[in-house]
Design a protein around this ligand. Structure first.
Ligand code: NAD
Ligand code: UDP
Length: 341
């Protein structure tokens, strides 16, 4: 199977590219490097022994995208390329709309301008549920409570993908609504590369542990949860990568049928911020300097997935432990702090 990976040099895209190459898929990576580094390509090659085809293309550049599709027939496309900062999206909603929705529209237009049958996997997010009244969150929970322009781009992309699947005979698609991906590849050659001060908890923890940050601030400890801190469903990056391959395989077995569907991808277990910090300390035998601070605006109290739909229909479920994810995240932090990555 010939697979296009958009945003394939990013955090989730690079791990998925490695798993695709390890399983014998031929891949082409497209990335504009806005939030990634070309060195990731070399490290994907180091891990797999294969140098994937790479094109530095911005998905907003329809001309370049058309050229790529003129020379290639992609059986599968995994579409990661997007801007992902909730905070930045509040400051720059237009940029997020143009990049995330505009890029997806261009991609759909070039796919559907061809006859070749393509299966598309789209990176959506649990952010589409906002604060769900129902926990665990299943795919029937409402998506009309989105808190950020970033989240709005995700639900809009899901909608335009559904419309394209209905309209064009050569496209089937799945949206995967990820919960909180964490960890790094066991080789420590690829991992998460946050730009500037991290917004996410795990890179903030690892940067505090290594001394880049003085202390971690826990955003609030008076939430109505078991220890007062927020609950999330943290999923090992390797398990998440494999969810994409299972989804592609699921679509490739579908014959003479139109399919668009959406699935949660998490572990099904909710962990508090304090529990995660304790687990990080125990797993890696170190102490994190932290304080309790104010609540972060827009944070939701609790989000964890009901994963029965993906388990039943696609057969995917998470296998790796959170403590393994915390170990690999720490190994990765040590490596990027000590060596040229
Ligand atoms: P990332 O920023 O590490 O990777 C995204 C990649 O896309 C980057 O390499 C970036 O350079 C590239 N890119 C962005 N805009 C592009 C464009 N217009 N043209 C070409 N390339 C472009 O992010 P990630 O964490 O790997 O996330 C991948 C996808 O998963 C994103 O769509 C994100 O919204 C979604 N997602 C991420 C999380 C998370 O916590 N990491 C959670 C839910 C959903
Ligand atoms: N969090 C925190 N301090 C930080 C970063 C995050 O206490 O420096 C908390 C945050 O309030 C949330 C959890 O950690 O409850 C996960 O935050 P992250 O930004 O990683 O994911 P998201 O909130 O987008 O699910």
């Amino acid at each position: 199977m010939n697979v296009l990976v958009t945003g394939g040099l990013g955090f989730i895209g690079s791990h998925t590219s490695v798993e695709l190459l390890n399983k014998g898929y031929e891949i082409t990576i497209v990335d504009n490097l806005v939030n990634s580094n070309i060195k990731v390509l070399k490290n994907i090659q180091k891990i797999t022994g294969i140098k994937p085809e790479f094109k530095e293309i911005d998905l907003r550049d329809k001309k370049e995208l058309t050229k790529l599709f003129e020379c290639n027939n992609f059986d599968g496309i995994i579409h990661f390329a997007a801007l992902k900062s909730v905070n930045e999206s509040i400051k720059k909603p237009k940029l997020y709309k143009e990049n995330n929705i505009g890029g997806t529209k261009n991609l759909l237009e070039v796919i559907t301008s061809k006859k070749h049958r393509t299966n598309l996997i789209f990176s959506s997010s649990c952010t589409v549920y906002g604060q769900s009244k129902k926990l665990p969150i299943d795919e029937n929970c409402p998506t009309n409570n989105i808190e950020s322009p970033y989240g709005e781009t995700k639900i809009k992309c899901e909608e335009i993908i559904l419309e394209a699947v209905k309209k064009y005979s050569n496209l089937n698609a799945i949206s995967l609504r990820y919960f909180n991906p964490i960890g790094a590849h066991e080789s420590s050659l690829i991992g998460e590369l946050p730009n500037g001060i991290p917004e996410n908890l795990i890179p903030y923890i690892t940067q505090t542990a290594i001394g880049i940050r003085n202390e971690l601030t826990i955003f609030g400890n008076d939430y109505p949860t078991r220890d007062g801190t927020c609950i999330r469903d943290y999923i090992h990056i390797n398990d998440l990568a494999l969810a994409h391959i299972s989804s592609l395989n699921f679509l490739s077995k579908v014959k003479n049928k139109k399919i668009y569907d959406f699935f949660n991808v998490g572990t099904g277990k909710g962990i508090t911020v304090l529990e995660l910090i304790n687990m990080f300390e125990q797993t890696n035998s170190l102490k994190i300097n932290y304080k309790i601070g104010n609540k972060r605006k827009g944070d939701i109290t609790s989000a964890y997935a009901d994963i029965s739909k993906i388990k039943t229909k696609i057969g995917w479920f998470s296998k790796k432990s959170i403590s393994d994810a915390l170990k690999t995240a720490w190994e990765w932090q040590k490596r990027i702090s000590n060596y040229e990555n």
